[in-house]
Write a protein that binds this ligand. Structure first.
Ligand code: ATP
Length: 305
């Protein structure tokens, strides 16, 4: 019997540092292909260990049950895409993976979320540990606009009480901006305000900020939905570059994006009057090329949703 985590018994956390990002324009970037079957991400050949595992996760807002016993393994160093129509519980599931769900009044959940085999909801584990290990990038980028680019990168460290020296800070800033694909564009203006960057650059700045606390997992909730196609391409390149180093779970409504960036997909659905659940999950190539369930086939081919 899984534990029920009622919000009244959960540790509340009001100082979470959100990790949003924006993306930059790049006129030379190629146009996006129209046919998802032409751009399938490479299928992993070896079996990766799960970095995160959701076991029988159910969720409620008050008496409204929105997820029903969802189980999913998210392999280490791989990209998992959560797809499905609006309202089926993808974002709720994502927020459960780093204990943000409990910040919402009336929210409750049941089940377990394991990170490297440990339940992040275990009462002996601190909520701040979960959020440090499991970063989040939101739909709307939110760097600290008046703060310098370099200070934005290290803002998460300061807020979690981590102190580092000047030279260590400088190398961390360079490392994280490089990993986020932004270093070359900002290396000559690190003291300039983060708010002066283009939207796409701000999105990658926020990815750099999340990387600075060295998360094991990066959750991304429609990180490109506010971006133009070229900026989207830049963020997708960043996701692909990070895969292998960080476990990524991304919610996206863009099927081409899911096909481009993910190794595996989980298709969520909430049919009339029924809480959301996973209809089917598997390797991205299989989900797009030969889905087992006709509802998956209809969704990935744009027949509904
Ligand atoms: N803060 C909240 N309070 C009450 N109900 C909520 C809240 N957030 C989400 N819900 C409900 O939970 C269900 C799942 O919502 P959720 O946002 O997780 O779906 P989603 O698949 O991510 O949708 P979308 O793709 O539109 O973002 C919906 O019925 C929604 O109305």
């Amino acid at each position: 019997m899984p534990a029920v985590h009622d919000p009244a018994t959960l540790v509340r956390q009001g100082s979470h540092v959100s990790v949003d990002s924006f993306v930059a324009l790049a006129p030379e970037a190629p146009a996006l292909p129209d046919d998802p079957t032409q751009i399938l991400a490479p299928v992993p050949t070896e079996v990766a260990l799960p970095a995160m595992e959701a076991r029988a996760v159910s969720a409620w807002f008050g008496t409204h049950k929105v997820l029903e016993r969802v189980s999913l393994s998210m392999p280490a160093g791989r990209v998992t895409a959560l797809i499905g129509p609006s309202g089926c519980g993808k974002s709720t599931f994502l927020r459960i993976l780093n204990r943000m769900h409990e910040l919402i009044p009336s929210a409750a959940l049941a089940g377990e979320v394991l990170l490297d085999g440990q339940d992040i909801y275990d009462p002996v584990r601190r909520v701040t540990d979960a959020r440090r290990s499991i970063g989040m990038v939101f739909q709307k980028p939110n760097p600290f606009p008046a703060m310098s680019i370099q200070d934005n990168v290290t803002a998460g460290l300061s807020l979690t009480g981590v102190r580092i020296g000047t030279s260590e800070r400088a190398s961390l800033v360079e490392e994280c901006l490089t990993r986020a694909g932004l270093w070359n564009e900002v290396k000559d203006r690190l003291p300039a305000p983060g708010g002066g960057l283009s939207g796409g650059q701000q999105q990658r700045l926020c990815i750099a900020r999340s990387l600075a606390v060295r998360p094991k997992v990066l959750l991304m909730d429609e990180p490109c939905s506010a971006l133009d196609p070229t900026s989207t391409r830049r963020v997708e390149e960043t996701i692909q570059a990070l895969a292998g180093e960080v476990t990524i779970v991304i919610v996206t409504h863009n099927m081409q994006q899911a096909a481009r960036v993910s190794d595996q997909c989980a298709f969520f659905l909430a049919e009339q009057g029924v809480p959301g659940g996973i209809v089917e999950h598997g390797a991205t190539a299989q989900m797009f090329g030969s889905p087992r369930d006709s509802r998956t086939e209809d969704y990935v081919n744009g027949r509904f949703g």
